[in-house]
Unconditional design. Structure first.
Lengths: 345, 345
DNA sequence: CCCCTGTGCTAAACCGAGTTAGCACGGTTA
DNA sequence: TAACCGTGCTAACTCGGTTTAGCACAGGGG
């Protein structure tokens, strides 16, 4: 039974002091003179009764609720949001905050309702997140609030933003191949994501490719080719099948997502090519899939957890500066990369 | 700028009535006599000023916050929690509620802190969820609260529980094969999950197998064999490779998870067997993987969204009866099931 | 003319904290 | 001996709503 909660008044009464005194003791304020004896008495009683301040009441008076809103366009579809929530949650908890988690499904009316709902509950600050990196502008309802943008390219936003460091990620992918000794027959599968929906390529795609090409150039190398295609499993299968049919025998592949790589694996294995003995494969995302594949897929991680963590950290540290925080994309090494076979040089 | 909010007092003043009257109008209470004229005036002013009640203040007085807590053991690792959150969120929103989402990482100390945090914020009710079905008992801190258990087998719990209907799911899987005309060479890969950690099998495994065997028996059929193994990708690969090496040529496989099936696909394709022409495959989970695989995998869905939805529905309908609500596990038909080839009967 | 009933409204208390203003007391100094 | 100061505390107000108790007035009946 939720036996009616112990209030500050209960504590004060039992300790023989006024509510005011009890309040000052509990909030540890030193600008008011309280005898050490009274302080100890209040603390002892609070402990004994298991007093916990009612944050709703406190919130009403102080307008701070120790609560943060996390607005996302999508939660379910991808593993993305799960990790972001996880990172945000852990960080919030470390600072004694809780999270309202909310999903707009990219519907402005829903978004409006959800934001109103959070403001009605007096959230202290908000993370405005999107599932994948794109230009996402927070609605006017958030103007003047403490907000951090997660995964948004909105340059006009006047506050901190958190983004994955895709350029460095691209460099990490190529560096793994260079380190293994690859010098030629390196192909990119997926490329910049030059499909009708994104004719100029996806932001992530452009930066990943740029990073990869930088590293190759620094080693005096270059890509033998790029298959531009969409980033789904079927596209990876088609891309590599096509490559093999033209007689090309790649020695290393930079695939732009793990999903894509699922198809790539199927195409390579169907053609009797062994990973990594015949062909090395690096990918991006480090999704659960990367560890399920055989051999385990070496993949550059999208730092979802760290993105969520960084966003909440910025909010709780009160950082309102207009800066872009790029989060490292570390490579998770598994078994899909090996030195090129000597007999085929 | 968050221009200081419009309060009920503002509305009352402008409408020329007392706060009491304004309050009664806004909360649409009929037990107090308000002239239609006054009512209209208040409503018009509220609309004009864009009045929104401060739910913190209301919560303090009424102890209802229109806020629900969702406690989960894990969020990030699986797609599970994402869908559960999604379903819970949608349903909460439909009833003008918001969700605190929280993850315990199965650490009782963390769980305790999180529950205290939610109670300090006066949540109205809570969903106590686990990532996969197991005996999970809510801690004493939740005694006497409105709680729904999601995915827990705790028989001692005195309230509603929500579970996937695994027995019906097992029936659905087998029925798909029977419907396609399969009569023999049907094997189960994964079985009851009889591994050292779960020597009696997993709850889901037992029910899925029972359901499948029921349906086969009703059609006068039976399994040609079961490979008991763990439910990861590598196990699926090993299981089917092993089967094929003994000279067995299965005609249909019931695989107990999509992950497992990923390995199964690799083993079959490596052996030159075509799906579904040579071997039909049904699976469980309907994860994203099922749609990524080639050919698309027919899979019995774990109804995560519906579980979350049902749990919140029960909470908001005030249902406190001690009942187990089994949620349907519908089969998602793709391309991995076909009639058995005639030439091999 | 008084009493009664119904209508329409409001004053004031309340929820549980935080915060401001100031009081009582003892000791020190002029 | 009064003025002054520091110490230790509390009364009362505040936040923005909900809720209880009851007041003022009009109209009808006896």
């Amino acid at each position: 039974m939720p036996a009616s909660r112990v209030t500050l008044a209960d504590v004060a009464r039992r300790a023989g002091v006024s509510r005011t005194t009890a309040s000052f003791v509990m909030s540890d304020r030193t600008d008011m003179r309280i005898s050490d004896e009274a302080r100890q008495r209040v603390l002892a009683v609070a402990e004994e009764l298991g007093y916990r301040p009612n944050l709703t009441a406190r919130g009403l008076r102080t307008t701070v609720t120790r609560t943060i809103g996390l607005i996302s366009d999508t939660i379910a579809t991808t593993q993305f949001a799960g990790e972001v929530i996880h990172g945000a949650l852990d960080t919030a908890l470390a600072h004694d905050h809780l999270l309202f988690v909310v999903e707009t499904s990219d519907d402005p009316a829903v978004e409006q309702r959800l934001i109103e709902g959070m403001l009605d509950r007096q959230v202290d600050a908000l993370v405005y997140a999107t599932m994948y990196t794109r230009v996402a502008t927070p609605p006017p309802a958030l103007d003047g609030r403490r907000v951090v943008l997660l995964n948004s390219l909105d340059e006009t936003f006047d506050g901190p933003r958190v983004l994955p460091d895709e350029l460095a990620g691209g460099r990490n992918a190529a560096a793994a191949l260079v380190r293994a000794g690859h010098t030629d027959g390196i192909y990119s599968i997926g490329g910049r994501h030059l499909i009708p929906a994104t004719p100029d390529g996806a932001w992530a795609g452009r930066l990943r490719m740029q990073g990869a090409e930088e590293v190759l150039a620094e080693a005096g190398l270059e890509l033998s080719g790029t298959v531009e295609c969409a980033w789904e499993a079927a596209d990876g299968y088609a891309a590599v099948s096509g490559l093999l049919e033209t007689g090309i025998r790649p020695r290393a592949l930079i695939c732009l997502t793990d999903r894509l790589t699922l198809g790539v694996y199927q195409a390579l294995q169907q053609a009797g090519l062994r990973i990594p003995e015949d062909v090395s494969v690096v990918s991006f995302d480090d999704s659960a899939l990367a560890s399920w594949l055989r051999p385990g897929l070496t993949s550059v991680a999208l730092p979802h957890y760290e993105l969520g963590k960084a966003a909440v950290d910025l909010l709780l540290n009160g950082d309102q500066s207009r800066a872009v925080h790029r989060i490292d994309m570390p490579i998770r090494t598994r078994q899909s990369v090996a030195p090129p076979a000597a007999d085929r040089s």
